[in-house]
Design a protein around this ligand. Structure first.
Ligand SMILES: Cc1ncc(COP(=O)(O)O)c(C=O)c1O
Length: 380
């Protein structure tokens, strides 16, 4: 018997997001094509190939000696510890805001779900772009909200389209800048126009997961608008990308203290792990490492973008650690052909980009291997 009879009674039944765990596919693909896992170049999840600061790794390992106690606050081992408060303080200093404007959580994916839990009720409307991070509409639909989709124009958020879609029932607007999967930004002028024209009761979530990788001075930072008095702005950021702590799970919201207090009320009591807190504190201190990694990722994005352009592909200018590229051929087919060579990327077809690939930056060796494989596959 199927589960339809049960699913009908859950809000989850309203979710129209299709998601497949990529690792399951990968294991199947390796078996299918006889590829050893260690020979796979996995350029599909926008991870950081350079890894975290060794100081962050050491701090996480050291914290394991306290694995028997809840992370925070705790009183054992002759010491009162409150890693959670320490992390809030360190992130606040890093972002240039007060600690009561920071709300950490186990990954920004989880934090964005808290934001929807705080604000959304069944029947509410939210506005989002279909060619953006699927976690936004997904979390909204789980709360029973209806999503109005406003497609990107030329790979960029359509600010006029968003403004036209906002009604008095719109509770939330989802922005992503730079955007996953296009790598494009919302400029300061565009953000300004949007924020000046949405009602103050509409929450504007600016997902800035890739913010450290932006080098375009035209980019608009949601935090500045929040600090400038737009109390309806919620910025989402993460330690997963530039700081390479994706596996430890640490993300955060920057928001009005009242919004942070609401999230604090609904979050689980012991929800960020001790190792994640310890690694975050150490990573934020090791600025030399993070600056070096960001420089390497930007250099990789320039190298890959230029090489793909030389191959005759249309590269969407990216401000992230991935690029979206129009190869001119069927994306699902090219994805499969690269998979056969042990290179895993994302096909753009899930976002309606049927001739595009989204390629995460790898190590120099992986990037060169990718370009060689695409050169062979696209020849003729
Ligand atoms: C735009 C965007 N937001 C949020 C996330 C989630 O990041 P995390 O939950 O690791 O902080 C990702 C991950 O790829 C992303 O691309």
């Amino acid at each position: 018997m199927g589960t339809e009879h049960i699913a009908r009674s859950f809000r989850a039944a309203a979710c129209d997001i299709d998601f497949e765990w990529p690792t399951v596919n990968l294991l199947e693909a390796c078996a299918r094509y006889g590829i050893a896992l260690e020979d796979v170049a996995y350029l599909a999840a926008n991870e950081n190939p350079f890894g975290p600061s060794p100081r962050a790794t050491a701090a996480a390992i050291e914290s394991l000696s306290r694995a028997a106690v809840y992370p925070s606050p705790s009183l054992r081992y002759d010491e009162l510890r409150n890693e959670y408060a320490d992390v809030r303080g360190a992130l606040a200093r890093y972002c240039g805001v007060d600690a009561d404007m920071i709300m950490p959580g186990p990954g920004s994916e989880t934090v964005l779900r808290y934001v929807t839990q705080v604000f959304l009720d069944p029947g509410d409307e939210v506005v989002a772009a279909p060619e953006s991070y699927s976690g936004h509409p997904w979390a909204s639909q789980i709360m029973g909200a209806a999503v109005t989709y406003v497609p990107l124009v030329d790979y960029r958020f359509d600010i006029d389209g968003f403004l036209a879609a906002v009604t008095e029932r719109t509770k939330m607007v989802w922005l992503c800048s730079p955007n996953n999967p296009t790598g494009t930004i919302i400029t300061d002028a565009e953000l300004h126009r949007l924020l000046d024209n949405v009602p103050p009761t509409t929450v504007v979530v600016c997902d800035q997961a890739y913010q450290e990788l932006v080098d375009d001075p035209a980019w608009g930072d949601g935090t500045q608008y929040l600090l400038g008095g737009h109390r309806n702005v919620v910025v989402l950021r993460t330690m997963s990308k530039s700081f390479a702590l994706a596996g430890l799970r640490m993300g955060y919201a920057i928001a009005d203290p009242a919004v942070c207090a609401l999230i604090d009320r609904i979050r689980e009591p012991y929800y960020v792990s001790g190792p994640a807190c310890a690694a975050t504190l150490a990573a934020l201190e090791d600025r030399e490492w993070s600056a070096d990694v960001v420089a390497k990722l930007i250099a990789a994005r320039r190298f890959v973008s230029a090489a793909l352009t030389d191959l005759g592909c249309q590269v969407v200018p990216s401000q992230c650690n991935f690029v979206l590229v129009d190869t001119g051929v069927d994306a699902d087919d090219l994805y499969e052909r690269l998979l056969r060579r042990g290179i895993v990327v994302r096909s753009g077809s899930i976002w309606g980009y049927t001739t595009h690939l989204r390629i995460s930056m790898g190590t120099d060796e992986e990037n060169r291997r990718l370009i060689a494989a695409l050169t062979a596959e696209l020849a003729g």
